[in-house]
Design a protein around this ligand. Structure first.
Ligand code: SAM
Length: 284
């Protein structure tokens, strides 16, 4: 097995293939040897399950996943990395590399074709420019996955791990907590990557819930309410909601009052139950 955390090995493979890092594709590869084994171990996959990886890069995490899972499917957008992956991961027969954009692929179909009859886990060092859209796609598509173990920017992780109803929480915090239970696994310093990014990272695990923590009849309206409430963070919820939902201010004030709130309530103090109740009143 190639030692893909050895900077000299990585450089010589990349130089031989003429590869140059693309900043716009979020290409920062892990060179700290302790990170990938721990991610692969803690993602929950075993020799009976399948793992979907997003952005294998040179395959440093992929190797560890292939050693533990029955089957690994890795989606990589950058065509230039395909010959590199062919070379670095040649020994693994339980791997399929798919060239594509994770945001455009039909992941439900991919899971059925790659992982029939297996439990499925997602494990990835995500390209940070699409962290929120990728996570929301994985959650909203209601894929049959058990958990999502991902490395993300430290600040993004902090936002997701803050309790709903606290100052650091945002619309994405509510959305993630609606579908999953988030937990912090460990921190990763910027010096663990080549090239080193400007920010530190955190590995988090999102364990999918069997059912949401609140009952919501109209999910589309629920997420529209949450998004609108946090839309203008310095404003009161009544102003943000009225602007974001394009509804008269008085209608929103009445709905908030029916839920027991005063007109100056702010979105960051509202809980998941509060958003569900407000959605119920507004849909009535
Ligand atoms: N897994 C490797 C590692 O840990 O060293 C590389 C991680 S690097 C942060 C992100 C990877 O995602 C890069 O290989 C990049 O080319 C790939 N990528 C970027 N955008 C993508 C997309 N839309 N779909 C799939 N892969 C993408």
């Amino acid at each position: 097995m190639f030692n893909l955390t050895d900077a000299e090995t990585v450089k010589s493979i990349l130089t031989a293939s003429g590869f140059r890092f693309s900043k716009s594709l979020g290409q920062n590869f892990i060179i700290n040897p302790s990170i990938c084994p721990e991610m692969a171990e803690r993602c929950g996959a075993d020799n009976e399950s399948g793992v979907l990886e997003i952005g294998p890069g040179m395959g440093v995490l992929t190797q560890e996943l292939c050693l533990r899972a029955k089957k690994v499917a890795a989606v990589e957008l950058d065509k230039r990395l395909l010959p590199v992956l062919d070379y670095t991961l040649a020994e693994f027969e339980n791997l399929t590399v798919i060239n594509g954009d994770v945001m455009k692929l039909d992941l439900g179909e991919l899971i059925e074709t790659q992982f029939a009859g297996m439990d499925v886990y997602v494990c990835a060092n995500l390209p940070y420019y699409i962290t929120s859209p990728v996570i929301m796609k994985l959650l909203e598509s209601r894929l049959r996955i058990k958990s999502i173990t991902v490395m993300v920017q430290k600040e993004w992780a902090q936002r997701i791990l803050s309790p709903v109803g606290s100052r650091e929480a945002g619309a994405v915090t509510v959305a993630v907590n609606y579908y999953a239970v988030p937990e912090k696994l460990f921190g990763v310093s910027k010096s663990s990557f080549m090239p080193a990014p400007k920010v530190d990272s955190t590995v988090i695990k999102l364990t999918l819930r069997d059912k949401p923590p609140v009952e919501v009849k109209d999910e589309k309206l629920f997420f529209a309410v949450v998004k609108a409430a946090f839309g203008q963070r310095r404003k009161t919820a009544v102003n943000s909601l009225s602007a974001g939902l394009n509804l008269p201010r008085q209608r929103i004030a009445d709905a908030l009052s029916a839920c027991g709130f005063s007109a100056d309530v702010r979105a960051e103090t509202m809980t998941m139950e509060d958003f569900a109740a407000l959605t119920g009143v507004l849909s009535g």
